[in-house]
Design a protein around this ligand. Structure first.
Ligand SMILES: C[S@@+](CC[C@H](N)C(=O)[O-])C[C@H]1O[C@@H](n2cnc3c(N)ncnc32)[C@H](O)[C@@H]1O
Length: 337
């Protein structure tokens, strides 16, 4: 068994709790959001911080087998916009909102206190917004679907009774991993059996279809069938602000978010007021944001972004994590009732 440490030198921080990544992803993101109990058909999830993709892989292990079922999800989000016709320019900020300082952390939560975060766009030597069109598309039909989605145009649908349920997963990473590295860090969870629902060869082809690589900023897409679901992964290679800006222009809206940046002390860009405001604005009424971090700056930012914030028992040595909900504005609010 490979025991190499899942560590990100750009932020001097681990990707997840070494040796317990799958259990942590399941506790925080899957159970924290309630998706262990119900994954609605047509669900749209956003994530800040793709890393090894462990949160997505853990979510897939909870997908119910719909190979022989069908039906459409009523809360399927859509919206009017034109992300792909506009440059994903720097985000316009609400007046008076400042970047958050590094998070005030509870030392009992065992977050690494060492500093040293770095702006990934600067580190790459070019702005993350340089490339706003999807790249490396698997095939023209998939391209059309995602482009339509980003434009807020519903694609032509077959009879919903015949259509596979969809899971949309929009994520971001400034420093996407090479497959070999990702595989090495996931291997313990194949060895333990926790990831046994997923074939490593399949995960490899799903990931490699993204076509990530040096200087390839912007959207990268991959989609595949799993347990009767159509899974669509759209990964923005570049800075989180570029991704949120592109989504803000598009009108895509989200049932929920997995907030998984490095610790706020080391990676404050991922938890800034601006980022959390954008996350809130992109979330449907009744939607959620969950995170392993219960830092004050995270809770305050989520509250300012319109979420109701609750602390829950954290994973392992972390005393608390956070589950945040956007109030439902009516009976159509997602995940209500
Ligand atoms: C804690 S790790 C995510 C762990 C991941 N969910 C997993 O399953 O492995 C945080 C990730 O956020 C990325 N990241 C940090 N700051 C970023 C930024 N400003 N924009 C985009 N990605 C960023 C890092 O490169 C890293 O992969």
């Amino acid at each position: 068994m490979n025991t190499s440490f899942p560590y990100n030198p750009h932020y001097d921080d681990p990707y997840f709790s070494p040796g317990a990544g799958f259990a942590e992803a399941t506790h925080v993101f899957i159970r924290g959001s309630g998706l262990d109990l119900n994954i609605p058909r047509g669900i749209t999830i956003g994530e800040t911080g793709f890393g090894t993709g462990l949160n997505l892989w853990a979510l897939l292990t909870h997908l119910p087998d719909c190979s022989r079922q069908s039906g459409a999800f009523p809360g399927r989000p859509q919206g009017p916009a034109d992300a792909l016709d506009q440059p994903a320019e720097a985000h316009s900020r609400p007046a008076g909102v400042q970047s958050s300082p590094a998070g005030s952390r509870d030392p009992a939560e065992n977050e690494n206190p060492m500093a040293g975060s770095q702006n990934p766009a600067e580190a790459q030597g070019q702005p993350a917004e340089a490339h706003s069109r999807p790249a490396d598309l698997q095939n023209p039909a998939e391209e059309r679907d995602v482009v339509d989605r980003l434009r807020g145009q519903p694609r032509e649908r077959k009879n919903p009774a015949e259509e596979s349920p969809e899971l949309w997963y929009w994520s971001v990473d400034a420093y996407p991993l090479e497959w070999d590295q990702l595989q090495e860090w996931l291997q313990p969870y194949w060895d333990s059996g926790e990831l046994s629902a997923l074939n490593p060869g399949d995960v490899r082809s799903w990931y490699q279809a993204l076509g990530l690589g040096l200087g390839r900023l912007g959207w990268h897409l991959s989609s595949w069938d799993f347990r009767g679901w159509r899974v669509r992964l759209a990964l923005w290679q570049g800075d989180v602000e570029g991704m949120l800006s592109a989504l803000g222009h598009s009108g895509v809206s989200f049932h929920g978010w997995f907030l998984d940046g490095h610790s706020p002390e080391k990676n404050p860009q991922m938890w800034s007021s601006e980022v959390l405001q954008d996350v809130g604005a992109l979330t449907l009424p009744g939607g959620f944001a969950v995170t392993y971090s219960a830092a004050g700056v995270v809770k305050a930012g989520l509250r300012r972004a319109g979420f109701q914030v609750v602390r829950r028992p954290g994973f392992g040595v972390k005393r608390h994590m956070v589950v945040a909900r956007k109030p439902a504005s009516g009976p159509e609010g997602v995940f209500e009732g």
